[in-house]
Ligand binder design. Structure first.
Ligand SMILES: [Zn+2]
Length: 264
């Protein structure tokens, strides 16, 4: 029975019954009951409105279809920490998606944007999605969960080399041991499960035999691993083609010049 109809029923029946039966105290009693019911309905509606106006947590069953949409996006290996909050009729989401760990920043960002687009296309109550991108640990699953977290904690220490330090280590080894055989072109660091992996791109003389190049690469990998115990894997790769041309950023050169002029 609808609340208004219920009120009418409880209110009018005793009042009319009271007057018909000649029982005068039924009237105020019915009044009290009806006031209580109105108060209860008012508090309930008010509470729901307040929950909608302030950020309220979302029922997990509402998030399940959104999770399914995320997992269908090409390139998404998994997702966790999917949380939602409601403000009015809008839904705000926060999610961590897992992608292949050796993707470039731009490729990972593109997957994130596709996830956002698919969610908003399929679930129109979603106003905004905050996406955090994680490397997928399941790709390298030869370590148990405890080992992964121990390594991640260790990684937070200052002992882990960053780009500049790694470049200094590798440049130093190449110039002291392999200066006539190869030169450093590019270095890419990966931080996975608390471990540091190095991809070292080098160029060599075009006259060199592939077998010799492979031997030199192996020696260089061993030297780099010896130089820093926090580096757990090194892969030396030979550059054969052209480097990918970097896009010109708007005002990039001029901005750098302006900054230099300001500093002088
Ligand atoms: Zn995460």
């Amino acid at each position: 029975m609808a609340p208004s109809l219920r009120c009418y029923f409880f209110c009018c029946c005793p009042i009319r019954g009271g007057s018909i039966l000649g029982v005068p105290y039924l009237d105020p009693l019915a009044g009290l009951v009806v006031s209580g019911m109105i108060l209860k309905a008012g508090v309930h509606t008010g509470y729901e409105s307040v929950l909608e106006l302030v950020d309220a947590a979302v029922d997990p069953s509402l998030l399940q279809p959104i999770k399914e949409t995320i997992l269908q996006v090409d390139g998404v290996k998994g997702c966790h920490r999917l949380r939602g909050r409601k403000a009015g009729t809008s839904l705000y989401l926060d999610v961590h998606i897992e992608v292949y760990p050796f993707l470039s920043v731009s490729a990972a960002h593109d997957i994130g944007e596709t996830v956002r687009h698919q969610i908003q296309k399929s679930h129109n109550q979603v106003a905004e999605v905050f996406i955090h991108i994680d490397p997928s640990y399941s790709v390298e699953s030869n370590m148990d969960q405890k080992g992964i977290w121990e390594n991640i904690e260790r990684r937070n220490s200052d002992a882990i080399p960053r780009q500049q330090t790694a470049e200094a280590i590798v440049s130093c080894i190449i110039s002291s041991h392999f200066s006539k055989k190869m030169s450093l072109e590019h270095l890419m660091l990966h931080y996975l499960q608390g471990r540091v992996l190095l991809q070292v791109e080098v160029s060599m003389s075009p006259e060199i035999m592939i077998r010799d190049a492979m031997d030199i690469a192996k020696q260089a990998e061993e030297e780099i691993l010896k130089a820093d115990s926090s580096i757990s894997q090194v892969s030396v790769q030979l550059r054969l083609g052209q480097q990918i041309k970097q896009l010109k950023l708007p005002g990039g050169k001029n901005r750098a010049k302006n900054q230099q002029a300001q500093m002088q």
